[in-house]
Ligand binder design. Structure first.
Ligand code: MAN
Length: 348
């Protein structure tokens, strides 16, 4: 299927081999799903680094942080009847869920938005405490005045939730703990208040009644969220039939708040679409794209750690040009340009 993304010819911008692992005994399996922001006249990525353990025949190794914050390596024979390992991303052992990789977040910067490098002055962020035992993932960055708000997925055996950090200098961080408890992820805070209230999009999930839908919430301080409303649902028979989740902070346009979101179908194929919220009342949806604006088509999107995936949670806006950074095949970091006008014209 043809889409309207203009992919960078330099893609993939980052591959797992481009960075060193955080410690001996681990290997980087994927670099993916970066949050994006401008700081000191540069474009920065806060990249999810997913690390795993080199596998040996007949045995499955997987990492988890222990109570002191160090990585522990768990070993299970592949023929163990209590092991279910059919998804590259998650396993179930003895009735409990684990991840095959543990993620942390690394800061990389670039003057041209294409070539990114790390800087020892800006250290990586690792999961802390029992709610981040299986790592931290998929950080969205929202700048409100001089403060950057980081909403990220905190993963542990207690569940998957959204936690908040703030910073002004990217060297010192203040933690506000888990702001949206399990099961919840894909939280993007709006960059401007609407009618004197902060807003965020988030994605709770329900296994019984309900589904994987995008919700809206309000707050007076970005920490305590209330008045939750269900905004965007999955659409049966379409590319976003099984799950939908917000990308980065909504983009303020003349016509409304434009949100780029991901949608997946029953085959776990991830595409991108867009919807538009009313400028003065974001709970009113005034348009949604019928077809995806981006579909996995390139080799680096079709095969990798988890193929047929394009997933974004970070972008830069410059006039009509929207530059998204995205995770391709859950393994690589890539970039693509869009015209905002072209996306707005596809809403119905
Ligand atoms: C899903 C996938 C994984 C991720 C877990 C926990 O299984 O998105 O990549 O690690 O959720 O968030």
């Amino acid at each position: 299927m043809k889409d309207i993304a203009q992919r960078f010819p330099e893609n993939p911008l980052l591959l797992p081999k481009d960075l060193p692992p955080s410690r001996d005994g681990l290997q980087i399996i994927s670099l993916l799903n970066p949050g994006v922001f401008r700081f000191h006249d540069k474009t920065w990525l806060i990249v999810r680094v997913a690390e795993g353990v080199a596998q040996k025949e007949g045995v499955l190794f997987f990492p988890a942080l222990n109570s002191t914050g160090n990585t522990e390596i768990i070993e299970v024979p592949l023929n163990d009847p209590d092991l279910i390992a059919t998804d590259a991303r998650v396993i179930n052992y003895n009735g409990l869920d684990y991840l095959t990789t543990v993620s942390h977040l690394r800061l990389l910067s670039s003057s041209d938005g294409i070539h990114f490098s790390d800087d020892p002055d800006y250290p990586a962020l690792f999961g802390k405490g029992y709610l981040e035992r299986f790592g931290i993932e998929d950080c969205r960055v929202t700048q409100i005045d001089n403060t950057y708000h980081l909403t990220y997925t905190a993963v542990s055996d207690s569940g998957v939730g959204v936690s908040l950090l703030t910073t002004t200098d990217w060297q010192h961080f203040e933690s506000f703990g888990m702001i949206l408890p399990p099961h919840n992820k894909d939280c993007a805070i709006f960059e401007k208040k609407v009618n004197d209230k902060y807003y965020c999009l988030h994605r709770p999930s329900s296994k019984e009644i309900g589904g994987n839908y995008i919700w809206l919430a309000e707050s007076s301080d970005t920490r305590q969220w209330g008045n939750h409303q269900c905004l965007i649902k999955t659409r049966p028979g379409m590319w976003d039939s099984t799950r939908v989740g917000a990308g980065a902070a909504p983009i303020r346009t003349e016509r409304g708040w434009l949100e780029i979101y991901h949608g997946a179908n029953a085959e776990d194929q991830y595409c991108l679409g867009a919807f538009l919220m009313d400028l003065n009342d974001p709970s009113k949806i005034i348009g949604r794209t019928k077809n995806p604006i981006m579909v996995p088509t390139e080799a680096y999107e079709l095969s990798g750690f988890f193929g047929y995936v394009v997933f974004t949670n970070g972008h830069i806006v410059n006039g009509d040009q929207l530059t998204i950074y995205y995770g391709a095949a859950d393994e690589f970091v890539c970039g693509a340009h869009f015209s905002l006008q072209e996306i707005l014209n596809l809403l119905s």
